[in-house]
Design a protein around this ligand. Structure first.
Ligand code: HEC
Ligand code: HEC
Length: 475
């Protein structure tokens, strides 16, 4: 853990010091070794009693073993896999879904902000690409995110229809939505490829990007151009025929691409065997004492009350909250930035068109969160401890935010002077129900780490050696 160094900065240090906690408290060895907190003197903190108390909270919060993902045929998986790793699905032929959602980086990229077209490499070492306005979200257990994707809900179901980018439920024609199964994951899969900075590129008569030459937002042009590239490749013809045996080749279109990629994501990134899952299923010994204490803090309404927003089996209410987090970077880039100079990101308001939703963000799911640093919608905190410390006094944490702790020096100068606007837009009332101290943080971290399935730690076996286009796959 690099915690020590980061916690020695600014606010964080003063909070830790104020609590009289030695910095070594963060160097807690392995929570699983059962070292119990030295501080607690409560009479009722025997491990048995704490677990009993936790079981009561789980029942009250309807926490149950998670549902399996939808079944996917091997042929569908094979097609989705090829498309997920194939850079042919970018106008510039240098970005695949897996460039940002890399198995090597727990289905994210380990970066503060994502980097799309014109880049080389993956993860933190990707160089030269265009920087996007948000931090890449992981793809764990997408079947537990029904009807609402991304940090501002820009792909969401409204009355059973998909509303993309706040453009309306009729923006994607009904028959297209029907072929996509009215499913947000399938639909989301055909949007990054139409997004300039991420995968599409921009009109330029001198380059080799016929897809990027489509007029902005002419999705039909973009999708048809990708299909023209794909259907001429014999290996794709074989994969499509196996995955969609009832669809004649003349009817291949972008909806099969969406369904195949969505199916692949559901199946490849579903994990249900974290220590927490085993504890929920009844294994009393599955999580450490520290994790039990952390879970109690997380679920108790008179303590962390994290569950007020991080609710349900996937630890998100899928709702939007003003959590007073800072703004930096190029702004909300798709379909354009907000505020003066376009450098701001209005969050949920971008899709709801309601100014009351300005600077509100979807509660992220927390499964596998140990592996997906940095944290927050911008990756604004390098260490998970700092993200948790933010909740002690969010207003002060926003005012004191230290951008130099992010590991991208090029972004250090981009902190936007919108702190007062963020404060003026209001704060989620639930934030004031969070009662934690720095002393609670190590236990909360132990709980959050119990949400990691060991199989998530190394997903390299998912990466195919080659893809049908013959373009290189980042290993
Ligand atoms: C250039 C980097 C980049 C590429 C390429 C990319 N993504 Fe993403 N992805 C992101 C970022 C950044 C977010 C978060 C966006 C937001 O919250 O507004 C995201 C979010 C998502 C989500 C929503 C996750 C959640 O928690 O709601 C899914 C699903 C997803 N991407 C799938 C894909 C698929 C499928 C592809 C390929 C077709 C793809 N992405 C290509 C960067 C990328
Ligand atoms: C008012 C609702 C709310 C409450 C209460 C809340 N959270 Fe959050 N949480 C959010 C939102 C919204 C974000 C995303 C904020 C952002 O990215 O700027 C978030 C982000 C996080 C993240 C980063 C996840 C990631 O993938 O980057 C962690 C970790 C986290 N919360 C843990 C906690 C803990 C622990 C508590 C209790 C002490 C808590 N949260 C209480 C709404 C809430």
């Amino acid at each position: 853990m690099k915690t020590g160094t980061v916690m020695m900065r600014g606010l964080v240090l003063s909070l830790v010091a104020a609590a009289g906690l030695g910095l070594t408290a963060c160097d807690t060895p392995d929570p699983a070794d059962g070292v119990d907190g030295e501080v607690s003197t409560r009479k009722d903190d025997s491990p048995g009693h704490l677990k009993q108390q936790l079981r009561g909270l789980l029942a009250a919060n309807h926490i149950t073993p998670i549902a399996p993902p939808p079944a996917v045929s091997p042929a569908m998986f094979a097609l989705g896999e090829a498309l997920f790793y194939d850079k042919i699905l970018s106008g510039t032929r240098d970005v695949a879904c897996a460039t940002c959602h890399a198995p090597q980086h727990a289905s994210a990229d380990g970066r503060t902000l994502n980097v799309g077209i014109f880049g080389v490499g993956i993860g933190p070492s990707r160089t030269g690409g265009m920087v996007g306005g948000r931090h890449t979200q992981p793809l764990f257990n997408l079947h537990l995110l029904p009807g609402n994707l991304t940090i501002d809900g820009k792909v969401e179901l409204i009355n059973g229809l998909v509303n993309p980018l706040g453009l309306g439920t009729d923006f994607i024609p009904y028959p297209v939505q029907q072929l996509l199964g009215f499913d947000v994951v399938n639909t989301q899969a055909i949007l990054p490829i139409a997004t300039g900075q991420e995968m599409l590129g921009f009109p330029d008569p001198h380059d080799n990007n016929e897809v990027g030459d489509c007029a902005p937002f002419d999705l039909n042009c973009v999708w048809s151009a990708y299909m023209a590239r794909i259907v001429v490749i014999p290996e794709y013809q074989t994969l499509f025929a196996a995955a969609f045996p009832n669809t004649p080749p003349a009817q291949y279109n972008i909806t099969q691409v969406g369904v195949a990629i969505g199916s692949y994501e559901f199946a490849a990134f579903a994990f249900d065997d974290s220590p927490w899952d085993r504890f929920v299923a009844g294994d009393e010994e599955a999580i450490s004492k520290a994790a039990v204490r952390g879970a109690l803090t997380f679920f108790r309404s008179d303590k962390g009350n994290c569950v007020a927003c991080h609710s349900g089996n996937n630890l998100t209410d899928l709702k939007f909250h003003k959590t007073l987090t800072p703004m930096f970077g190029p702004g909300g880039t798709v379909p354009g930035g907000d505020g003066p100079g376009g450098l701001d990101d209005f969050g949920r308001e971008r899709n709801s068109h309601n100014t009351a939703d300005r600077y509100a963000w979807r509660t992220p799911p927390l499964r596998g969160v140990e592996l997906t640093a940095p944290y927050g919608r911008l990756g604004q905190y390098t260490e998970i401890e700092d993200h948790i410390l933010h909740y002690i006094n969010p207003t002060q944490a926003l005012l004191d935010y230290d951008i130099t702790q992010i590991e991208t020096p090029a972004l250090h100068g981009t902190l936007l002077g919108t702190t007062q606007a963020i404060l003026a837009s209001g704060v989620d009332p639930l934030l004031s129900t969070v009662h934690i101290t720095p002393a609670d943080v190590p236990d909360l971290v132990a709980f959050l780490h119990s949400l990691t399935d060991d199989a998530e730690r190394d997903m390299n076996h998912l990466i195919p050696a080659t893809v049908p286009s013959g373009l290189p796959v980042d290993q």
